[in-house]
Design a binder for this molecule. Structure first.
Ligand code: PMP
Length: 461
């Protein structure tokens, strides 16, 4: 067997086996091979235990997906029952299954107005890719195939396939080549008040940032612009929460130029912002397409969906012919049954209301971090927060990238039993939505300790 030898002799057998065969996503392999992975063993509620029995608070709900927390018996039972009854059902050849039918109806009931149709997939990337194909299909069927340019934003994250990487706004991701970004994607700056416009009030800046979309549409030509793709708040690309004035204006601009509005709710959906959908929180009234994933099943089963408006669906149904798109596991009965149970529990236990209530408290604590010596800016929305570290608060100068201050801060937090995430030098937190106020206190205490330790390490330098 060709095992790669680990550099760290302290590494456990599991870590060594991990290094030998398992290529992790979004990972620097030489670093992983030197350090070894944290092996997660079991989890319950907001807590994970690693293979050494150490308890870690999951301040990230996995990857913003385990909204209901870990270890719910009801979800395991539903999955087992459904696996015994109908473990799989294809939906390609005019075939359907009861859990998928019921889930589509339930999602329509929860979603923003006018989204009365659902296309199922497995991952967020697939849901966004489905939305992109639907946009192009729609304009073709509408007799306007020249409307084939889509606009996305810098610091967006929409997935990891070639098309969704191209929609994502991080140029580092295109470095592997393969023609990324694909043709037909234009980009505008993010509504990132702290870095892109802090000479204005946030409210005024929101309108300025929305105006960048109008400028781009006019530059490309409205007759060529098919759609605008955006997350309600930007998650993985920078933890950016837009000013309240941004989204209503974006919506007006899309309507004015007949540009389809595609809202990526893969992270913001299912309660993260304190409402079922980020659209409600940010005043987005009538999106044409909405992508959802993660929180549908609290990631007890991989499942995603593209919610489709009547405008687009009726075109497909009346004029479309065959839609050449889909996945083997689209509308998987086990995933659908788990999603329905996840939603039932969320409703029964008022999980979204908890996210709003505890999220408000969480937001207040996070806001108090603005006074910390290495914190330049804090932003939060429901149970999502970004804490931006800076070398100089006055001038907003960032730390030198090579110092990897954010990575140090997340390592300090992990050492103290909290998983949070560094997006560059912005520390992101998005705990499970079932978190309680005392647990938020615990998260906050460790976050503060990690910030203090990071400040000591870097101001000493
Ligand atoms: N869209 C958004 C907004 C996301 O945050 C993510 C993943 N974090 C995706 C799409 C892609 O989802 P997946 O990793 O399930 O493909």
């Amino acid at each position: 067997m060709n095992e790669i030898s680990p550099i760290n002799s302290e590494m456990t057998a599991l870590q060594r086996r991990d290094n030998s065969h398992y290529l992790h996503p979004f990972t620097d392999y030489s670093e992983l091979h030197a350090e070894g992975a944290t092996i997660q063993d079991r989890a319950e509620g907001i807590y994970i235990w690693d293979a050494d029995g150490r308890r870690i608070i999951d301040g990230l709900a996995g990857l913003g997906c385990v909204n209901l927390g870990y270890g719910r018996q009801e979800l395991a039972d539903v999955a087992a029952r459904q696996m015994k009854r109908l473990s799989y059902s294809q939906s390609f050849f005019k075939t359907s299954n009861e859990p998928a039918i019921a889930l589509a109806a339930k999602l329509v009931q929860l979603a923003p107005r006018g989204l009365n149709h659902v296309f199922f997939a497995n991952s967020g990337s697939e849901a966004v890719e489905t939305a992109l194909k639907l946009v192009h299909r729609y304009w073709k069927l509408a007799g306007k195939p020249e409307k084939n340019v889509v606009i996305a934003r810098e610091q967006a994250y929409h997935g990891s396939t070639i098309a969704t990487t191209s929609l994502s706004g991080n140029p580092v991701f295109y470095e592997s080549g393969g023609g990324m970004p694909i043709a037909g994607i234009e980009r505008i700056k993010a509504p990132y008040w702290y870095m892109n416009g802090a000479d204005q009030s946030p409210e005024a800046f929101g309108l300025t940032a929305a105006g960048w979309l109008e400028e781009k549409i006019l530059h490309v030509g409205p007759e060529r612009v098919a759609a605008f793709f955006a997350e309600p708040f930007q998650g993985a690309g920078g933890a950016i929460v837009p000013p309240a004035t941004y989204w209503p204006e974006i919506q007006n601009i899309c309507r004015k130029y007949d540009v389809l509005l595609v809202v990526d709710e893969v992270v913001s959906g299912f309660g993260r912002t304190g409402k079922w959908f980020g659209c409600e929180t940010f005043g987005i009234e009538s999106p044409d397409l909405v992508t959802i994933a993660k929180g549908i099943t609290s990631s007890y089963f991989p499942m995603s969906a593209t919610m489709v408006s009547d405008r687009i669906a009726s075109m497909l149904i009346e004029k479309g012919g065959e839609f050449y798109h889909g996945f083997t596991n689209s509308g998987h009965p086990v995933g659908a049954a788990v999603a329905l149970e996840n939603i039932r529990i969320m409703e029964l236990e008022s999980v979204v209301e908890n996210a709003a209530d505890v999220g408000h408290y969480f937001g207040e604590l996070i806001a108090s971090l603005a006074d910390h010596p290495i914190v330049g800016n804090v932003r939060s929305c429901g149970l999502f927060a970004g804490i931006q570290l800076v070398a100089d608060k006055e001038t907003r100068r960032l730390f030198d990238e090579s110092l990897r201050v954010g990575d140090r801060c997340s390592a300090e937090a992990l050492q103290r039993g909290l998983a949070l995430r560094a997006i560059g030098d912005t520390m992101a937190l998005m705990p499970p939505l079932i978190i309680t106020r005392p647990q938020v206190d615990e998260v906050f205490k460790i976050t503060l300790e990690a910030l203090d330790a990071t400040a000591r390490a870097f101001t000493a330098q």
